[in-house]
Design a protein around this ligand. Structure first.
Ligand code: DC
Length: 225
């Protein structure tokens, strides 16, 4: 869509498996703007902690080391990339070990401060779809388009298990719900729906339908500006 303002920021928050990543990439592609997966940044930080033998359940130990890894996120929605100290970790950050450790690492305030700075630098002047847990509430509170995606737990587990190549459904659902609990309950920047976000329950919709709904919201903002 040629009329997309170069400065548009679309904030997409929600739980794991709500369709956030596929929706965000699809919206960015259709609008011709960039894409940032902030969950991948928290995962990359977690991967580095595990690689360096840091006890992820010791917040002081995590805080002491979180300034060290050099994280780089590529923002092409057709080919998003993530590297840590120059190593491509796109596959490694989706492991069961990282899934189990990412919520406690993400709850450490120093980790959030460090990644917030990187996220704001990448967002820059805008022209980007940003997905995460606290984008509309903390990272980009002025974003003109804010969406909160949710879906039934069993729909989420089916989608995530399919993405992970047929992982065990019950175990996948259990891991999603455990992460939701920590992500929603943490003191700093918990998973929350911003007061001015549009809530879309994606359970009954296809991916294309959800992308269409978010693109329509972005177009409505453009029409007003
Ligand atoms: O979206 P995801 O499942 O890849 O995110 C992985 C974890 O990262 C999630 O359990 C919580 C954390 N996260 C966060 O705390 N804040 C964000 N903006 C994005 C992710």
């Amino acid at each position: 869509m040629s009329s997309t303002p170069a400065t548009l920021v679309v904030a997409i928050d929600g739980t794991s498996g709500s369709g956030k990543s596929s929706t965000s990439r699809g919206v960015a592609t259709r609008l011709g703007i960039r894409y940032l997966d902030t969950g991948a940044m928290f995962r990359a930080m977690t991967w580095w902690m595990l690689e360096h033998g840091v006890d992820v359940h010791d917040p002081a130990a995590v805080a002491a080391r979180c300034g060290e890894p050099v994280l780089e996120s590529g923002t092409d929605p057709l080919n998003p990339t993530i590297t840590v100290d120059g190593t491509d970790v796109a596959v490694a950050i989706r492991s069961a070990e990282v899934n189990a450790a990412v919520s406690p690492v993400s709850a450490v305030p120093a980790v959030r401060t460090r990644l917030l700075e990187l996220q704001r630098r990448i967002i820059g002047e805008g022209g980007i779809v940003v997905e995460g847990r606290d984008i509309g509430s903390v990272v980009a509170p002025d974003a003109p388009v804010k969406v909160y995606l949710s879906a039934d737990p069993s729909a989420r587990a089916h989608r995530r298990a399919a993405e992970e190549g047929g992982a065990d459904l019950a175990a996948t659902q259990e891991s999603l719900l455990a992460r939701d609990k920590i992500d929603s309950g943490r003191a700093t920047a918990p998973l929350t729906m911003a007061a001015d976000a549009v809530h879309i329950d994606t359970t009954p919709y296809s991916l294309d339908e959800v992308i269409g709904q978010v693109v329509a919201l972005a177009e409505a903002v453009e029409a007003r500006t």
